[in-house]
Design a protein around this ligand. Structure first.
Ligand code: IPE
Ligand code: IPE
Ligand code: MG
Length: 227
């Protein structure tokens, strides 16, 4: 059966997971980090080529400062704790998003992770950080204008200017927590992606859930507009 080459996940529901337990939202994010660890490992073991995780959107800046700070602290913790084993598992870490707008300590740490793993040949772990699909398209347009090489572009040329330049488009996009919206995620790249939504909240999403999503994907008939 066909394994999706590229899976992208909108990890949603951390806050509700915590609320259900009467805990502060950050506990939900902390629990969600454990799902990240398990799902990354499972995806790599399954032979997924690219796993994109939506970690922080350009709209997430609208949250309270304390939550944003907590999220970045968790990201730091995740990289510090996991970089060694990611590297050992031949995972290549890359980042998409407006990285330069992030706090300098995050920029440095993220750079360390991408540099350390840059020569790895296993799964690509693509973290969408301060990522917005509309911003990505605008950034691409501006880069093309600044370069000044083209008077006119086609889709193939345009795609080279997206953050995802060298990546295949996502075959499967998973969203947890029962929401069915794209929330500014991979707008261009998702044109023909298969969607899988589940009521499961992200901190409860584990290897078993990933396998369920993949086997659901395998039952789909992708037509790409053809017959
Ligand atoms: C997803 O969980 C994590 C991020 C957006 C960073 P949420 O924080 O959105 O959780 P809910 O949607 O409020 O439950
Ligand atoms: C999408 O989740 C962003 C991430 C998972 C990082 P949100 O919780 O921010 O999306 P909305 O606000 O419900 O659309
Ligand atoms: Mg949410």
């Amino acid at each position: 059966m066909l394994i999706p080459k590229h899976i992208a996940i909108i990890m949603d529901g951390n806050g509700r997971w915590a609320k259900k337990r009467g805990l502060p939202r950050l506990y939900g994010h902390h629990a969600g980090m454990k799902s990240v660890r398990e799902v990354v490992r499972a995806a790599s073991d399954t032979g997924i080529r690219v796993l994109t995780l939506y970690a922080f959107s350009t709209e997430n800046w609208n949250r309270p400062k304390s939550e944003i700070k907590g999220l970045f602290n968790l990201l730091k913790l995740f990289i510090k704790k996991e970089l060694g084993s990611l590297h050992k598992n031949n995972v290549k870490v890359i980042i998409i998003g407006r990285i330069s707008e992030l706090p300098i300590n995050i920029v440095k740490l993220v750079k360390k992770a991408t540099e350390k793993t840059s020569k790895n040949t296993g799964m690509i772990l693509n973290i969408a950080l301060n990522y917005g699909g509309r911003q990505e398209i605008v950034d691409a347009v501006n880069e093309i204008i600044t370069e000044g090489i083209y008077k006119k572009v086609d889709e193939k040329i345009f795609e080279k200017y997206l953050y995802t330049t060298d990546l295949p488009f996502p075959d499967l996009i998973i969203r947890t927590s029962g929401e069915s919206r794209i929330s500014n995620f991979l707008l261009w790249q998702s044109a023909y992606s298969e969607f899988y939504t589940t009521k499961t909240l992200w901190p409860d999403f584990k290897k078993k859930n990933l396998m369920e999503a993949i086997s659901d994907y395998q039952k789909r008939n992708r037509r790409f507009g053809g017959l």
